[in-house]
Design a protein around this ligand. Structure first.
Ligand code: SF4
Length: 215
């Protein structure tokens, strides 16, 4: 069964997302943040086409956008934001660049997404990929990422774990309850560590009272 690189990103965020995507699919909301992120991606690619690669500390090379990538070995596929072909005949020739619209630091799930792209490119081109970049759109900054063999090994394991969830219809534990706060699947998980709404309402009431007392 074929899985996507986006599944890997989701699994690392929380394995239950795989369950909700494949085993018991639930309706998903397209949030404003997702829509905005898509439009930013488009804008970025348009601008990026006109700029040099100096910011990536790479030699000039050919840039390809929205590149479909796949691995037959892992039965994995995805679409990479930017692929740079430096046309170097020695060392690393192809560099994956993943763009993210986030105001947080580079998260693990984004990093491992890049590792999965690297594995696909290695298999497709038969050349080593040991470095890539994550471009943070709001900062307009590209962060270099060294891609290690142990990270690649982890991705191989993750693809096995994803298939196990799907095949065995296994409902996994959350990776961390801290993520439940702003997770779109919150209403389907009834063991989230969410705050007691009574205390939340009480706190809001106090804040409102204080505001009125001030005025
Ligand atoms: S609400 Fe929490 S447990 Fe449920 S999918 Fe989201 S992060 Fe995982």
């Amino acid at each position: 069964m074929s899985i996507t690189i986006s599944d890997i990103k989701q699994f690392i965020y929380c394995p239950r997302v795989i369950y909700y995507s494949y085993v018991e699919p639930v309706p998903r909301k397209v949030t404003f943040k997702m829509e905005y992120s898509r439009s930013q991606h488009y804008e970025l690619n348009q601008r990026e086409k006109r700029r040099s690669l100096k910011r990536y500390n790479l030699l000039e090379g050919k840039r390809y956008y929205g590149v479909p990538v796949s691995s037959t070995i892992l039965n994995l596929n995805g679409k990479l934001d930017i692929l740079v072909d430096t046309e170097n005949m020695e060392g690393q020739r192809y560099f994956p660049i993943e763009c993210k619209d986030t105001d947080q630091k580079v998260q693990k799930n984004i990093l491992y997404q890049l590792v999965a792209y690297a594995l696909c490119i290695e298999e497709m081109t038969n050349t080593p990929v040991q470095k890539g970049y994550i471009y943070i759109i709001p900062e307009e900054k590209a962060y270099p990422v060294i891609i290690t063999e142990s990270q690649k090994q982890y991705i191989r394991k993750v693809t096995t774990m994803i298939r196990k969830i799907i095949h065995d219809e296994y409902y996994p534990d959350p990776r961390s309850n801290k993520r439940c706060w702003d997770c779109e699947f919150q209403r389907y998980c009834n063991d989230c560590d969410l705050p007691n709404t009574i205390s939340l309402k009480e706190r809001n009431r106090t804040i409102v009272q204080e505001l009125f007392n001030k005025s």
